[in-house]
Design a protein around this ligand. Structure first.
Ligand code: ATP
Ligand code: MN
Length: 463
């Protein structure tokens, strides 16, 4: 008999029909009448399926009564209407196959609540908890929404390389990729001789797919990447990972305002999609993780974002009657505390800050006519702060070259990037959205380590 996923069984109308399900036991209660209630979850939905196992089954005493939380079983039976509260249907078992027991003395996920922090030490088991199952489904829905959004708008999905020799903007924050023996690397005049390394030069894990995306946007008009990126920044915060996924759209014949429109539309689309696809998971987060989450997501799914310039942001922060850890003045980068103050207190809505000072932004951002700022934009969300960083790119060859020189970057490394400005250059713009932060925001989970299956952070790359 074919197996049905529990999420389909729960909404099935095939009352009286045979059904087969399989999953992991969440609870087993034995009734005095000589039968048992088993709640089964297979990850397909937040709710599990209630199964009634009659004592007459031949393996009832020998096997079913050994089944405890975490055991893996398959059940065949009949779908019936449930008299119980909170469920439409249940299954009356005619056959129980026990695949694997989970010794209650050892199995760590017993009924009591375990802190998210402790669950990180058993990351191989945590998807079996309510919270991490829900996070996994929301994360999946957001990934699906991402592809759907861009594909519906004729964006081409491109795969940026993960190994790179160009240090886009990640000076000092990159993981080196090498096959040289760390104990005895070949040397030339004292320094490590990377000419003898695998690629014949120093290589790193990418911090961003943007530069590759730009080359494809310069031929295919509108593209996006969606892949892992790596940053060796030693920031032990609740919103940074050493390995995180980023979505980077890049659009030809577009300016900063088009870019902000796209980011806004994309973020709203994700909210709408996940509200539609994961109502049960979001209701759980609303109840147990962050009160008011659903109201906020619903409001954001239709609300406009506030757009301000960096100069206006600084002004608002200077007038704030709160003291910041990092001082505020024109020219200073906005810290997380500033970003959150703007979006949570000053405007109480998502904020897009544009036109940052050129000295605190990357070389590829387009110079504004004022000579001081660049056409950069950051999207700020309450709770997480920066979710998107982007810009209109500098498409003027000579201005770009000047910028590369001014920042002291190795000009010869960017010959191909400059080439894009020599042959058929166009105004273009794009951004990077941190996928983990989006999942964080959507679920209300406090720590980004709890919204990715296996977080990589300083001193932690287990599992
Ligand atoms: P932040 O200032 O928050 O560290 P950033 O300015 O260094 O971020 P960008 O280079 O603009 O980040 O990257 C684009 C997006 O990727 C950010 O807006 C953020 O959502 C996400 N992001 C950046 N660094 C990390 C990280 N270490 N872990 C998770 N997400 C990240
Ligand atoms: Mn940024």
């Amino acid at each position: 008999m074919r197996r049905t996923l529990i999420k389909h069984v729960l909404v099935s109308d095939a009352i009286g029909e045979p059904v087969k399900v399989a999953g992991w036991v969440r609870t087993r209660r034995d009734s005095k009448g000589g039968f048992s209630f088993v709640e089964l979850n297979d990850g397909s939905s937040f709710s599990g399926l209630q199964v009634i196992v009659p004592g007459e089954l031949e393996n009832y005493e020998s096997e079913v009564l050994n089944v405890t939380i975490g055991s893996a079983v398959a059940i065949e039976g009949q779908l019936v209407e449930s008299p119980g509260k909170g469920q439409r249907v249940e299954v009356h078992a005619t056959k129980v196959t026990v695949f694997g027991l989970a010794d209650p003395d050892d199995y760590p996920l017993q009924k009591k609540r375990i802190s998210f922090e402790k669950l990180r030490d058993i990351a191989h088991l945590r998807p079996r908890t309510n919270t991490f199952g829900a996070v996994a489904r929301v994360r999946n829905a957001l990934a699906y929404a991402t592809h759907k959004f861009y594909q519906e708008r004729d964006f081409l999905y491109v795969h940026a390389p993960m190994i790179t020799s160009s240090d886009a903007e990640g000076a000092g924050e990159m993981f080196r990729v090498t096959t040289l023996d760390p104990a005895a690397p070949p040397r030339l005049d004292g320094a490590v001789d990377y000419a003898q390394d695998f690629f014949g030069k120093p290589t790193f894990l990418t911090v961003s797919g943007q530069l590759s995306a730009e080359t494809y946007a310069s031929a295919m008009d509108r593209v996006y990447t969606f892949g892992p990126t790596f940053r060796a920044e030693n920031s032990n915060t609740r919103r940074h990972l050493a390995e995180f996924w980023m979505i980077e759209p890049e659009v030809a014949f577009a300016d900063l305002s088009d870019n902000a429109d796209l980011a806004e539309e994309y973020i709203r689309y994700m909210f709408q999609f996940v509200l539609e696809q994961c109502p049960e998971d979001l209701a759980f987060f609303d109840k147990w993780v962050q009160e008011g989450l659903l109201d906020r997501l619903n409001a954001l799914a239709t609300s406009e974002f506030r757009r301000i310039t960096y100069g206006e942001a600084i002004q608002a922060l200077e007038q704030a009657d709160t003291s910041f850890e990092f001082p505020v003045h024109w020219g200073a980068d906005l810290q997380s505390e500033h970003e959150r103050y703007l979006t949570e207190v000053v405007f109480a809505q998502p904020v897009i800050v544009v036109d940052y000072p050129k000295d605190i932004k990357a070389f590829y951002m387009r110079r504004n006519d004022d000579g001081k700022t660049v056409a950069a934009m950051d999207v700020l969300l309450p709770g997480v702060g920066e979710i998107v960083g982007g810009s209109q790119r500098e498409e003027r060859h000579d201005v770009l070259l000047e910028s590369i020189r001014e920042k002291g970057l190795p000009e010869e490394e960017y010959w191909w990037y400059l080439d894009l400005r020599r042959f058929g250059t166009v105004p273009h713009a794009g951004f990077g959205l941190g996928f983990g932060r989006m999942v964080q925001f959507t679920t209300g989970m406090q720590n980004i380590r709890d919204v990715i299956p296996f977080p990589r952070t300083p001193n932690s790359a287990d599992f």
